[in-house]
Design a protein around this ligand. Sequence first.
Ligand code: ATP
Length: 683
Amino acid sequence: MTVLNDEQQRAFALMASGHNVAILRQAGTGKTMLVREGVKRLRERGKCVTVTASTGMAARQYKDATTVHHWAGLLDGRYDNKELLSRIRASEDQSIVERIKTADSLVIDEISMISSKTFEQNSDIAGLVSEMSSKIAVAAIDFGTTYSGYAFSLRSDFQKKPTAIQLHRWSFGNVSYNKVPTSILFDEFRNFHSFGFEAEQNYAKLAAAGTHKDWYLFRKFKMALYRNESLGESTTLKDTSGKTMQAIDVFAAGIAYLKNHLMKTFSMSIVFMEEGDIHWILTVPAIWDDSAKQFVRKSANKAGIVDEHLTLALEPEAAAVYCQHIPDLIPIPVGSPFMVLDCGGGTVDVTVHTITANGTLKELHKPTGGDWGGIKVDDAFYEFLLEVFGMAVVRSLTEQDKLELQGSLDELKRKVVPSGKLSYTITIPICLIEKFDNVSYLGRVKLVGDKLKIDAVLVKSFFDASVKSILSCVQKILDHSRLTDLRHVIMVGGYSDSDILKDGLQMRFPNLQIIRPVDAATAILKGSVIYGHRPQSIGWRVMKFTYGVSVCSKYDEEKHKDGVLRCFDGVLKCVGIFDKYIEVDEILQVGYKTHERYYTPTLLNQAECELSTFCTGSKNPQYVTDIGCKELGKITLSMADSIGQKDRHVRVNMILGDTELKVEAIDAQTGKLYNAAFDFMQH
Ligand SMILES: Nc1ncnc2c1ncn2[C@@H]1O[C@H](COP(=O)(O)OP(=O)(O)OP(=O)(O)O)[C@@H](O)[C@H]1O
């Protein structure tokens, strides 16, 4: 084996761990030797390595090299990207697709001779290949706070027309809906019984018969994952009557119901579709933290969706992807920032992206938002009811009454417009009519038949708290120096259909163009399907936090003045130092890997090493105990393969910029790659 010097060894380590590596030096300094040796070593590890060069002449330096044009199927260079991709897609000879698909690493010699057009075409072809080698279908589940639904498309349909997405319509009574209420009913033995409208109606029937007391009805429970500091597998949820069940069982049952429903829909229309043929997308709010995302993943696993077939999509990001495919919707120029305001039932999620020259989306501002969705309006309405009727009367509502009242409220919310109306009416349950005795809102609330007639200004005030929070969040983002030229806001999510909200935004920000697509309420689901087929639609993301691990280091009087000191084998060390991997607000390319860090075991026979990971909103934390630092969880690194050896170490990369954090560890002695897992839920 050729011996590599330290610098070459470092370059090889980067190649081996999947980084993009540029080797730059004068002629005669060993670049070709390093490439030859690196290729040999990677192949010995079972990797498929392709060696190419920019010219035929350069390729001759290697035994089995070809030109990059030939390898990537760029044909003779006369086609533009679109034509090239459609030729490769339509070609009967799929050898180009096959060889790109199987390559683990690609070497390009004399890369400086390659034009930017060739680069772009290479990247587009790689994207096409990943699309063509993907699953037969993509199915997206939006497990929402108030409403849930699903959509899907076959790969073959997607390739013809990306927006050819089938959105399941749910029938109830004589009406069909895009989504169903996220309500789940379990029987007295905690077995899943029903979901959606059926769950609500079954529970109301049980309650009417007085047999509901041991049953469990969960509704609007998704927000339990938001900012939950102690989220774990043992977290419990309270049902409508205060009885508890394991949260993971409730989420898993809901996801399983939607998954099975979708499989049934498939089986009615498509022959031979199995779960393994589908890539599943689950949508999550972009502002959720890592433990909430991991919780959803674990729930999906429990529902029978395995990790390899599952991607989490960030809701506003998926909507941004969809909006790119709506013809004539948005005249947003390439390079201009635009905001996506995703207003759902529970969460309002705000992101800012720009469209790059190659059509991918680049995030410009970290996801921001809060729990100011449609249910804040509901909360204000129920507070009003309490004032008018009193706690005892409102508490006496039957399950059927509550169901009907929520339906009437949803209808009322849709009717409210910024101006022109003097009052609104809402149908209320008979028991409330009987108890109506208005003293709190004299002249502003009247009873007319079985309806409550409420002064329009009062009704509009139910939106105040939510709209105020959303406006101030948008203002904060606009104040960011990077976004001074932001002119467009795209509103998506069910609650964005509210004219009160849209008007509030337009009044406060008259210079912004507020765009609300026709299918604002389903943009997330449809965008998630497109994202599942083409994950490269998103190219860059902004880091929400500074991430790092807790390390200890030999005590340095200068550096560690405020540190916590401990003595190990007679050596004074400072513990709890924040070893920063990445900084908040940094914009990272999707799949970005941090520079490798090396960790050594403290004991000779240590088989595992645990790293505590931390995050914080501040840019340069010194210690993991600094204000604002939060422990995320642990990474467990296996060192079992080189047990007993001296000078062992594990090299660790964090993979950031994806929708979830990942970590990769390599045993430096054996070269074995471990997919060390983050555990954010060790509570
Ligand atoms: N026209 C409208 N005016 C006001 N509110 C509306 C309108 N249409 C729908 N909503 C409200 O939007 C919310 C549902 O939106 P959506 O289906 O996007 O939420 P979700 O997916 O349940 O929420 P999340 O994204 O928080 O999980 C409900 O609160 C509903 O009452």
